[in-house]
Write a protein that binds this ligand. Structure first.
Ligand code: E4P
Length: 217
């Protein structure tokens, strides 16, 4: 399972990358706005900086919602760096655009996916990644992990090549459950990735080893 970090914060991207386990980055307009990135030039520059920091797929989301607008923006984003993946919302024009990008050799991430039907459409259009938002599904009283397992089963039966990129991760347990449910990739805030490190018995055991190490001279 690949690990992506879900942020536009450069310090957090660096910290995750320094762990040596990072395979890519996802961003969205909310995450970019949180970092104060404003205007086309600044947006393009920020994606370029992320591409220089991390050697892996970097999702850059389009802001337009018409077929023509998505294509125009996506072409500009894809021209920034070969690792850019154009992130396109799950709407009718988005599906048309994903098919166009697929036919023109541009990688895509179909975002805002909340159902198996949407995931089938994204795969039919040839999306490189499909992003089911598990945390937001859980928040609304449904089971995000069940959706990951359902999409994994459908893609396997049908032989779809689209990778399942589990998004909207809220904690370390989500990451573990995604691995069990068959996600190809998780995209997660840094905190949830670091949460995988934690176990109280590790802390107790290490404290004891360090104490006994002193006796060894
Ligand atoms: C997906 O790529 C999105 O950027 C993200 O995972 C959404 O997460 P949120 O529900 O925490 O905003």
């Amino acid at each position: 399972m690949k690990f992506f970090i879900d942020t536009a914060n450069l310090a957090q991207i660096k910290e995750a990358n320094d762990l040596g386990i990072l395979d890519g980055v996802t961003t969205n307009p909310s995450l970019m706005a949180k970092e104060g990135i404003k205007g086309e030039a600044a947006i393009m520059q920020h994606y370029e900086t992320i591409c220089e920091l991390v050697d892996g797929d970097i999702s850059a989301e389009v802001l337009g919602t018409s077929f023509e607008g998505i294509i125009e923006e996506g072409k500009k984003l894809a021209a920034i760096h070969p690792n850019i993946v154009v992130k396109v919302p799950m709407i009718k024009d988005g599906i048309k655009a994903i098919k166009w990008f697929t036919d023109n050799g541009i990688k895509t991430n179909c975002t805002l996916v909340f159902s198996a039907g949407q995931a089938i459409l994204a795969a039919k259009a040839g999306a490189s990644y499909v992003s089911p938002f598990i945390g937001r599904i859980d928040d609304s009283g449904w089971d995000g992990m069940q959706l990951i397992a359902q999409i994994a089963s459908i893609y396997q039966i049908q032989g779809f090549k689209t990778e399942i990129l589990a998004a909207s991760i809220r904690n370390a347990n989500h990451i573990i459950a995604c691995a069990e449910a068959g996600a190809d990739v998780i995209t997660s805030p840094l905190e949830s990735i670091l949460g995988l490190l934690k176990h109280p018995l590790t802390d107790i055991g290490l404290a004891k080893f360090l104490e006994d190490a002193k006796k060894m001279g």
